[in-house]
Write a protein that binds this ligand. Structure first.
Ligand code: GLU
Length: 394
């Protein structure tokens, strides 16, 4: 009898994608579902990027690209890192992959050994723990709460680092909390990391441009940490290019080389047309995409306002990304409409069944008191969703 490997059997399903699939399925059955589950811009890819892709097709870009990506794109990424993040990389330090998700998987595969420990400040994006698990590493969660704006402290970090700690994952602005580390906060955390030279830092900056308050700061810009930091980014969120699947890293050259070696056996490299279009996207002034950020900010403010009127919802103020992550533990142990809510997963199923609203349980993000709503949806949809929830709960 066919038997799946332990590797896949033990791996958790992506809850973001599972909830999106469930919402799609219910919609197809004719239910009036509002899906606030998947984090993906509801804008179209800007025309200037689409034009570049069409041009690339007509220019006959159809062959395999270099495994680590076109040199012209790696050069454009170096310019981007310098312009937006004040980090100096050479094209040899850049690897382009099929989405930032693959970039993260590459890093896990080339740096982690079985038994190594990965620190995950919680809440964290659902796939980090699954990816680290595939590399047979163990994850140690560093819990936070609304009170600390979902951010870890230097003391917490110091206490968490042990002899097996190989890596820590940072994600700022954060999915799912929208929290952002300031430069000062990162510098304070860096004081701890400097004492532990064997700990590598993965900095996932995929939401850097979806930023509402203050500058974005990249941890690789701290000189003493540059040699052991991998900066991950991509075009999906900022340029409304989720389906184009282009992510990239800037990393020490030996790590970039290892990722290229790994990728050479797995995918041969990322899609050629999407890579050409990405050159145009990254070389354009960031102001070209500001209209999307402005709209997301208005929606954030709308969500904060509407959620403040729902009893039992406690929120922080997201500084970036397009998620809001209320603490809904007030409802645990309560029975509403004959349904008992014992945890965040029960609560998300309750919203789906009773209000036709799809959201993602905080348990998937290592924050069992919370639930994630993506506000990458129209204001009308957001208003209607919050109206239904208020009607159900107030
Ligand atoms: N990153 C997005 C999310 O968290 C897209 C889905 C995924 O890859 O998890 O919703």
């Amino acid at each position: 009898m066919a038997q799946l490997s332990d590797r896949i059997s033990n791996m958790a399903t992506s809850q973001t994608l599972a909830m999106a699939a469930k919402a799609r399925e219910l919609k197809a059955q004719g239910k009036d579902i509002i899906s606030l589950s998947l984090g993906e811009p509801d804008f179209n890819t800007p025309d200037f990027i689409k034009d570049a892709a069409i041009q690339a097709i007509n220019d006959n870009y159809n062959s395999y690209t270099p495994v680590n990506g076109y040199l012209e794109l790696r050069e454009a990424i170096c310019r981007k890192f310098k312009r937006d993040n004040t980090i100096e990389y050479t094209p040899e330090q850049i690897v382009i992959s099929t989405g930032a998700k693959q970039s993260i998987a590459n890093i896990a595969m080339v740096l982690l050994n079985p038994g190594d420990e990965v620190l995950l400040p919680a809440p964290y994006w659902v796939s980090y723990s699954a990816i680290a698990g595939l590399a047979e590493a163990t994850c140690k969660e560093l819990p936070t709460s609304i009170e600390s704006d979902f951010k870890i402290t230097p003391e917490q970090l110091e206490e968490a680092i042990g002899p097996k700690t190989k890596m820590i994952f940072f994600n700022s602005p954060n999915n799912p909390s929208g929290s952002k580390y300031t430069k000062e906060e990162y510098l304070a955390l860096a004081q701890v990391l400097k004492k532990h030279p064997n700990v590598y830092i993965l900095s996932d900056e995929i939401y850097e441009h979806i930023n509402y308050e203050g500058e974005n700061f990249s941890i690789a810009a701290i000189d003493e940490l540059y040699d052991r930091t991998i900066t991950v980014n991509g075009v999906a969120k900022a340029f409304a290019m989720t389906g184009w699947r282009i992510g990239y890293i800037g990393a020490p050259e030996w790590i970039a080389k290892a990722c290229t070696k790994f990728q050479g056996q797995i995918t041969s490299g990322a899609n050629c047309i999407a890579q050409r279009a990405t050159i145009t996207a990254l070389d354009a002034p960031v102001s070209n995409i500001q209209y999307m950020v402005d709209e997301f900010k208005e929606r954030r403010d709308l969500m904060l306002d509407l959620m403040s009127k729902i009893s039992g919802f406690k929120t922080n103020t997201p500084k970036g990304a397009f998620y809001i992550f209320p603490d809904i533990s007030y409802y645990f142990g309560k029975t509403i409409k004959g349904k008992t809510i014992n945890n965040a997963t029960d609560f998300s199923m309750f919203l789906l069944e009773e209000a036709n609203i799809a959201a993602v349980t905080g348990e998937a993000f290592g924050a069992p008191n919370c639930i994630r709503f993506s506000y990458a949806a129209s204001k009308e949809q957001l208003k209607e969703a919050m109206r239904r929830i208020a009607e159900l709960l107030n």
